[in-house]
Design a protein around this ligand. Structure first.
Ligand SMILES: [Cu+2]
Length: 542
């Protein structure tokens, strides 16, 4: 059964029924018929979660120009390292035309400012927390020492936050279950995060990672891009400069007042984590934002573009395709994955992208009639959520960019026989502290528990199995996908990844090597609501 994601088949798949699979349904099915029965039903659903409906009038698609996040200037570049300062603060931003929306931001903007960096040149970012709640910054995809990796209890406390006693956590099941982390490193007001960036060039992103409250923090705006480059990539001749576009895709919903809507049990994010009952499987919005603008449009040259796509949505999956006004589908030529360049380009007509995944894609507008439009649509959406953005091809130009047939030669070549260990992890709904939860190996996250201890330098194979959609992310290391459902990986699994999309009922094998740094890291589901409701585990490298 490959057809839902078989991007080479060219078959149209019509979603006739939009079924939001709530956790109650999952639990019932798991109880009644086991994993396979729930998976058989879930496989027919294009997403896991429930959609909020905005109460404010929404703008027509393809009217708002695509914004490009500003690039942050370093405060210092001396001593072989770049230093940046970011203030986390509340700001009111115009996302929908004429509507003012209060957000939590990095430097007053959503997305936050982009950090541009070079491989092997360290970057230190001083984050100051002027928000009303504790925060934690994680650089997703970064090869980062543990003390700067943003462990979910390594909180930066805001001014006036009562004291450390108030940052112990109650589980999503409510008060009464206090989880204490004796290893947490708290700082007051600000913290320096140091990123060596000794890693393959890639599109990374930074976002909040506070224990139990990551989902509402990202939803409110705490996300930004971080790009790592190197000379080898620069010399390939890929589209660059104004023909390289970062695209952070995220869905949101708005109240009648123009605020972001989010079904939090505690709208202040101060004490009680979790979301209301219909949204336990994930929160979806009915407005698709790209770089913080609703269904934007970009005036493009009739030339190749490099699109660096991030799905920064909490729970929404996309299957992207690019369609011309005369109904032609343009090739999406994938050149890179989460952790940088592929060995060779892979051509897709349809590109699935799960929360937190990144795809580096070349699209060629040279054959598109000037004055016409190319729509980027999500085949998993319906109604307004089917549209993502559009390109209006504005002018003929000369284009000296190219897409080499060899993109990189440094991808890890781990083989099954290199693995010193095989581990199995299930990602499933379950009970947690007397309430609903999402569990790894039957357990909800506990920072004080040891889950996985891996030897430094060890190669391991992990077998992951899911009930519903779970995009699984490992901190620190990149991995390769070995198999899906016992079969070879799909075309979009190519390259080095740090997040893999488990589809309902699916088992996926990955292989990695635990190196870089020793210390306490994490792996977790990147459906942000699942993550907050227990679907996270410790990964200690010794
Ligand atoms: Cu999940």
């Amino acid at each position: 059964m490959r057809e839902p994601y078989d991007d080479r088949s060219g078959r149209a798949r019509t979603v006739t029924r939009r079924q939001a699979l709530g956790i109650g349904g999952v639990l019932g099915l798991v109880a009644a018929g086991g994993l396979s029965a729930s998976a058989a039903l879930a496989r027919r659903t294009p997403f896991t979660g429930a959609e909020l409906r905005s109460a404010v009038p929404l703008p027509p698609a393809f009217q708002v120009p695509l914004p490009l996040p500003s690039v942050l200037a370093p405060v210092s570049t001396s001593g072989g390292a770049d230093r940046y300062e970011i203030t986390q603060r509340e700001a009111t931003v115009e996302i929908l035309p004429g509507v003012r929306t209060p957000l939590w931001t990095y430097e007053g903007a959503f997305p936050g400012p982009t950090i541009e960096s070079r491989r092997g040149r360290p970057v230190t970012v001083t984050h100051r927390n002027d928000l009303p709640v504790p925060t934690v910054v994680h650089l997703h995809g970064g090869r980062t020492p543990a003390e700067s990796d943003g462990y979910p209890t390594d909180l930066v406390l805001p001014e006036g936050w009562p004291d450390a006693a108030h940052v112990t956590h109650t589980g999503a099941g409510g008060p009464g279950h206090v989880r204490h982390d004796p290893r947490a490193v708290l700082t007051k007001l600000s913290r320096d995060y140091t990123f060596p960036l000794d890693q393959r060039p890639a599109l990374l992103w930074y976002h909040d990672h506070r224990m139990d409250f990551t989902a509402p923090a990202i939803w409110r705006g705490l996300a930004g891009l971080h790009i790592v480059r190197d000379d080898a990539e620069d010399s390939l001749g890929l589209p660059a400069g104004r023909r390289e576009l970062p695209l952070m895709i995220a869905d949101r919903a708005f109240t009648a007042d123009g605020d972001l809507d989010y079904p939090a049990l505690d709208p202040t994010s101060r004490a009680r984590p979790g979301v209301r009952e219909p949204y336990l499987a994930g929160v979806l919005g009915d407005v698709i934002l790209v770089n913080g603008a609703p269904w934007p449009v970009y005036e493009a040259d009739a030339a190749r573009y490099r699109l660096r796509i991030l799905n920064a949505s909490n729970a929404r999956h996309y299957e992207l395709e690019a369609i011309t006004d005369d109904g032609r589908r343009l090739d999406l030529v994938q050149i890179g994955a989460d952790q940088g360049l592929l060995a060779a380009p892979v051509t897709h007509r349809l590109l699935p992208i799960a929360p937190a995944e990144r795809y580096d894609v070349i699209i060629d507008f040279s054959g598109v009639r000037v004055g016409s439009r190319v729509r980027v649509v999500n085949r998993l959406g319906s109604g307004r959520t089917r549209d993502v953005m559009a390109f209006r091809v504005a002018r003929e130009v000369t284009d000296d960019s190219r897409v080499p047939s060899v993109l990189s030669t440094d991808l890890p070549t781990w083989r099954r026989s290199d693995a010193v260990r095989v581990r199995d992890f299930s990602f499933r709904a379950g009970r947690m502290h007397g309430g609903h939860g999402w569990l790894i190996g039957g357990l909800p996250f506990d920072p004080a528990r040891s889950d996985v201890t891996a030897g430094f330098g060890d190669v391991e194979v992990w077998r992951l199995i899911a009930d519903v959609h779970h995009p699984v992310h490992l901190h620190l290391v990149g991995f390769r996908v070995l198999s899906r459902r016992g079969r070879p990986p799909l075309p979009h699994d190519a390259g080095l990844k740090d997040t893999v999309s488990l589809r309902p009922g699916e088992s996926v094998e990955i292989i990695t090597r635990f190196d870089g740094y020793r210390g306490r890291y994490l792996f977790h589901c990147h459906n942000a609501e699942h993550e907050d409701m227990g679907m996270m585990a410790n990964l200690e490298i010794i």
